[in-house]
Write a new protein. Sequence first.
Length: 277
Amino acid sequence: MTGTLRDAGAMSTADQPVEVQRLRREPPPFRVLSVRRHESITPRLVRVTLAGPALAGFELDLPAASVRLLLPSGGRDELEIPTWTGNEFLLADGTRPVLRTMTPRRVDPATLELDIEMVVHGHGPASTWAASVTAGRPAAISGPGRGYVIDAGAPAFLLAGDESALPAISQLVPLLPSGAPVHVLVEIGAPIARLVLPDHPDLSVAWLELEPGAAPGSALVPAVTQLDLLPGTAVWAAGEAAAMQRIRRHLFEQQGLPRADATIRGYWKVGRGGDDG
């Protein structure tokens, strides 16, 4: 995002505005860890356990929080810590690192372990790493980022996302109050991505399968826009950034949902090197 910086004094018609880049808040420093375990949850979802002394003091106060996961670049074993430029992380050669936004599923302060669950879809550096990584390999995390504050008084809940949102959705479902309907929409790339979600007495789940070659969000966005939400419904949605932007516009601009009632997060972006899968 850019702004325009102008001299406070008089400007001639020849003067030109100077564009300046607004700096973003620097994320927490990276904690360098190593892989301790690796196991499959479904054929498209794996759980990777990271561990190490750098996890000391890492705490999670709310569900559906996030961490930035940093992986070795270019298939290398070595991990290079990138530099924060004021707007993004860059490696020494000017390229973007392999970074993904992940949900910390379990943190054990006694064993200094952190579980994350990653989608394996057959392409992309993060997916390849998740499918083949072995114990002892390095990785790093930055965070945690903000979690989700559950509105215990909401009359209903909508949780929506693609496969990358499944770990957070699995965290949220059992924590939502009983007596309020919980509607879950999940966009998946294949039937094998389905998993059993935690129990909730008022839970309904719709699995939305993408057509081959369809853009991310092609199944999820129409499903959300066709819903007739109960007034006051609390919405949590996460997934591909462009799809989340379309959902955001529909809920806020067309449906008139109060912004305070929705948390919508872009977890990844198609075509962005290092961030896409």
